[in-house]
Design a protein around this ligand. Structure first.
Ligand code: BGC
Length: 355
């Protein structure tokens, strides 16, 4: 295992942005920026030995600050949408920044991903990033101390461990928003990727992608990924929920997990490269988003990020949990830590194993 540090430019205030690279014994390389604690690249040799970088992203700080659709970043303190931009806690309602349609709060107005995090090499295979959310930023209460660590193992696991603790009661729901393309960031769209998600229902959404409170069973719908299938098979089906997201952009409810085990919940593979990715989490949901809103903005090496050039599996509590007491709660008391782990595990099938 080795860890390198490179300069990646500077923030508008002049503070340096660094890129850390972890490499394991089989040559799997992962890099992370201090800006947004952003997972910037995952480079792996495919079934023919060609190196592929599996992540959409950018080459400059400026692009990560201005052109982004949250590529690879840590989102917090509360990922996904909050209705009306209001956060009710006890008898108080906090007014949040309404950064979507002037009426709801999406991804906490990009706070965590536009901050330059402090990095610490915590171990031979682990880097830890920290950031303090100032009380009231974007309307979210509490001074929140966050630590996100990335560990790369020799058997191809990239573990992301989240820790956050607030000095006031607040909602916490951190995630990573990586866009994966198992054919490489320049590998076209992901409609041919084969996906399995262990979920029996999604959270039904209204036209603003806010949960209605009802669950929508996947049985007999395009959302049924319980047996693996290519993303493109049903993506254009005439389903009212699918039309709302313009394609998959929904929270899949994961199965009961009373012991909060970090269990496998999804798997993706590409027959073209033989690359597989398994996803493990201890959280109750995962937002499966297939980049429907990407529109050709230039990414790494100026390669356009075309519609559906990447897929996200954002492990999380359900969207709009603050307004839905029936959902698993992510309200954390003052001093009560949010601790969670997500693992992306990479492997490569040999040529004759991929079909
Ligand atoms: C949301 C999408 C959104 C994307 C980028 C995803 O988590 O579900 O609707 O376009 O993030 O903001």
């Amino acid at each position: 295992m080795s860890i390198l540090r490179r300069d990646f430019g500077a923030m508008p205030d002049g503070s340096p942005v660094y890129e850390y690279e972890l490499e394991n014994r089989s040559g799997l390389k992962v890099s992370i920026l201090t800006l947004g604690a952003t997972l910037r690249s995952i480079v792996i040799k495919d079934k023919t030995g060609v190196e592929r970088d599996l992540l959409l992203g950018f080459d400059t700080v400026e692009d990560y600050l201005t052109r982004h659709d949250y590529q690879g970043v840590i989102v917090g303190p509360v990922a996904n949408r909050i209705a009306k931009g209001e956060l009710p806690i006890g008898t108080k309602t906090y007014e949040l920044v309404k950064n979507e349609k002037d009426k709801l709060c999406l991804h906490s107005n990009a706070e965590y991903n536009t901050a330059n995090w402090r990095a610490l090499i915590a171990d031979a295979d682990r880097i830890e990033f920290s950031y303090v959310h100032p009380d009231g930023a974007n309307g979210f209460p509490g001074e929140i101390r966050n630590t996100v660590s990335y560990t790369l193992t020799d058997d191809g696991e990239l573990k992301i461990a989240y820790h956050a603790v607030s000095d006031r009661d607040t909602y916490l729901n951190l995630t990573n928003h990586a866009y994966f393309n198992l054919n490489g960031y320049d590998g076209g769209d992901v409609l041919g990727h084969i996906v399995r998600i262990d979920s029996d229902a999604i959270t039904e959404v209204d036209p603003d992608s806010i949960p209605t409170g009802r669950l929508y069973p996947v049985e007999g719908t395009p959302f049924d990924f319980r047996a693996e299938k290519p993303i493109g098979r049903d993506v254009n089906a005439d389903d009212p929920q699918l039309l709302i997201g313009g394609g998959y952009d929904h929270n899949f409810c994961l199965r009961e997990n009373p012991d909060r085990a970090c269990r496998e919940v999804a798997r993706v593979r590409s027959a073209e490269t033989g690359i597989n990715m398994q996803v493990f989490t201890d959280l109750p949901g995962v937002q499966f988003y297939i980049g429907n809103f990407l529109h050709g903005q230039p990414g790494k090496e100026n390669v356009p990020m075309i519609k559906r050039a990447g897929l996200c599996l954002e492990t999380q509590f359900y969207p709009d949990t603050p307004h839905r007491p029936e959902f698993p709660s992510c309200l954390f008391k003052k001093g009560q830590p949010f601790d969670s782990e997500t693992i992306y595990r990479f492997s490569v099938d040999k040529e004759n194993e991929t079909e």
